[in-house]
Design a binder for this molecule. Structure first.
Ligand code: HMG
Ligand code: MG
Length: 302
């Protein structure tokens, strides 16, 4: 089995990681975190979300974040866009890449975006059309692909239906997300293999939350399928406000340690990445969720 030689890491800490924080995180902290992440070599950093501030107050400073970041050449800063209103605000903020986000189950779609899967796809189609016409790139995320907090088991066919719709509307990359971290490698493989009958692995990404400690195993299963793009969150921050009990994404440091060990290139410096994690954990006043960061830090102090 040959694994990809190079992997693109999509850092989602500033968005997925911070969206669930109960107390406001200062805009300046979000911006400093993004700067540290790009200095560590990350080339794609999900910066914020142009969603309703009533639904996700933590992302209400989206325009301020976009205005304050020092954009580095070669780095992209995708943002979540749920509808036309979000797109207009994102365009006004000079965003160059949008992320539309659907779900594999009806109940999750309703809870997360207050609409059915079909209504969501119709909104995304309008967003994609306008965004592509304005020269933006659009990525498509699919939530609850490996299990749903409301409906339980999710069949790969449900993931395929949404993936094909996102593909048809022009998303350049489609993310298979395990929103609540319940998946195991066989489930991850089944979902990717089903989608890969229609969309090549090079255009797919894995987005694994680590609630049940399966995210690295799922990452490896996806690598074996030929997937070479992974979302992760520095220090393992985060969770989805509409998926109770779900913890953060797999820690970027842990994914990087895995990839480094496999000899897979990423261009990311683990020491600088760990320092970025220490920075945000220091501000939030809690320890990192990254085992690799804890071990490497302990060793360096020994
Ligand atoms: P709605 O309440 O049905 O929308 O929400 P509406 O059109 O009826 O509007 C209600 C109010 O929100 C109005 O304001 C709108 O103007 C405003 P009012 O008239 O009451 O003052 N509004 C907006 N404001 C700013 N930006 C906008 C916007 N849209 C409407 N874009 C909506 C529908 C989709 C907007 C809402 O449900 C929403 O924002 N949902 C987003 C929820 C979210 O961000 N969830 C977390 C991110 S997804 C995730 O974490 C999963 C992922 O990581 C992958 C994985 O792990 O699965 C991506
Ligand atoms: Mg997520």
């Amino acid at each position: 089995m040959s694994l990809p030689k190079r992997v693109k890491l999509v850092e989602v800490g500033p968005r997925d990681g911070l969206q669930n924080e109960p107390t406001p995180v200062a805009t300046a902290v979000k911006v400093e975190l993004i700067h540290r992440l790009q200095d560590a070599g990350l080339k794609v950093i999900e910066a914020t979300a142009f969603v309703s501030p009533k639904w996700v107050p933590q992302m209400a400073d989206n325009a301020q974040v976009m205005a304050a970041i020092r954009r580095k050449p070669g780095v992209s800063y995708p943002v979540l866009v749920p509808n036309r209103k979000g797109l207009d605000a994102a365009l006004a903020a000079g965003v160059e890449e949008a992320v539309v986000f659907g779900a594999a189950t009806e109940t999750f779609s309703q809870k997360n975006t207050n609409c059915s899967i079909a209504e969501g796809l119709a909104r995304f189609s309008e967003v994609c059309k306008e965004a592509l016409a304005r020269g933006l790139k659009v990525r498509g995320d699919i939530s609850v692909c490996l299990g749903c907090p409301y409906e339980g088991e999710v069949k790969p066919e449900a993931v395929v239906r949404v993936a094909r719709a996102l593909d048809e509307m022009g998303c350049y990359e489609i993310t298979v997300a395990d929103t609540i971290g319940v998946g195991t490698p066989c489930k991850a493989r089944a979902a990717f293999e089903a989608v890969m009958k229609h969309i090549p692995a090079e255009r797919l990404a894995g987005h694994f939350h680590d609630t049940y400690g399966q995210a690295l195993a799922n990452t490896y299963a996806a690598l074996e399928c030929g997937v070479a793009t992974f979302d992760s969150s520095v220090a393992g921050l985060g969770g989805c406000p509409y998926a109770k009990g779900a913890t953060g994404n797999v820690a970027t440091e842990d994914v990087l340690y895995l990839l480094n060990g496999l000899g897979i290139e990423t261009g990311v410096d683990i020491v600088k990445l760990i320092a970025a994690g220490e920075y945000i954990c220091g501000v939030l006043g809690r320890p990192t969720h990254s085992k690799a960061a804890r071990a490497i830090t302990a060793k360096s102090k020994a």
